[in-house]
Design a protein around this ligand. Sequence first.
Ligand code: ADP
Ligand code: MG
Length: 368
Amino acid sequence: MNNPFNPSFGRIPEIFLNRGQLIDEVTDELENPNSPYKISIVYGTRGVGKTTFLTEVGRKIKEKDNWIVVNLAMESNLLATLIDNLYINSSSKLKKILQSIDGLSFSAFGLELSTQIKHTLSTYQGILTQMLSQLRKEGIKVLITIDEVKSTKELKNFASYYQLLNREDFPVALMMTGLPENISELQNEDVMTFLLRGKRIALSSLNLSQIEYSYQTVFNAGNYEIAPNILHKMAIMTKGYSYAFQLLGYLVWNGAKDKKVINQEIIDKIMPEYLLELDQNAYTKIFDSLSKQDKNFLYAMAQSDKNHVQIKEIREKLQRPSNFVANYRRRLLDDQVIQATSYGEVAFILPYFKDYVLKQYQFEQELE
Ligand SMILES: Nc1ncnc2c1ncn2[C@@H]1O[C@H](COP(=O)(O)OP(=O)(O)O)[C@@H](O)[C@H]1O
Ligand SMILES: [Mg+2]
């Protein structure tokens, strides 16, 4: 049996843990034309599982025969790609109908525009509207997915066209994902704020009992021996962070390959690698996207000897007024770097992130 864990970003893992009924709920909601989920944004920090979630919803919707799902990549010409993929992903019956639209011709790769026609925004919009009208007549609904939206000119053009479609009640749903910092950039652009009016789907941590159970099932299936206390410990070590769940499973699987016994020794052996990969593939990027003051807040927080840190303690370390501290607290909550554990108290969300922050702090001190 090959290692079933997959700690790489953006691919549906073999071992997939459902977050309650969230995926089913969202796919059901999309059937309702007035659902607030018609436009939705899955947001969350790197590695929580946004791309996986989006792909899984897309896959489920695709199974229904009255739906076409189109995935748009941010780097592409969004409207042109939408035209091509609407055609490519249509059934052969629908392809015939689209072919019959006056003046349009398609090849296996999508639209073939004759050389006389200018490739302008309004050309694409006109073609799309015709195509979508035909599809609507046939009772076909469309789901457009866009992974990791950013504030670009392309997205702006797309947003203003999509707003038009939406106003005319076309059955075209839009599901996007975004990192917190990119989502807040969209707020600064008039046209884009339309996209932000949709439903926000925040991905919470994976359930620890589910993680424990999944490790047990998967390692048993691979004929590994693993004691309950170690299973429990491994679940805690992930803190419910999706990427950590795959990474730890992956390293332990390989680390115990020879003897097929998972014990404390194995955990100690893989620990340096586990921390290194978390840092390199997730934490460095998360931390680098924060502002200097955000970092100072985290430095102050990490120096507490408690895991649940009183805001009061952070304020005293920073020697800043309470509205200043409250502002950065809120920003970091939005970025899903920290969580409020109880009134006036915060904690780090990601596993071993505190250690990462402390290490960065030491570097900073020594380099000064
Ligand atoms: N529901 C899930 N169950 C198990 N593993 C998951 C789940 N969602 C994501 N993962 C894993 O977490 C890692 C990060 O997922 P990804 O969707 O790429 O995150 P994001 O797009 O938020 O950065 C990947 O290794 C993926 O396999
Ligand atoms: Mg992603």
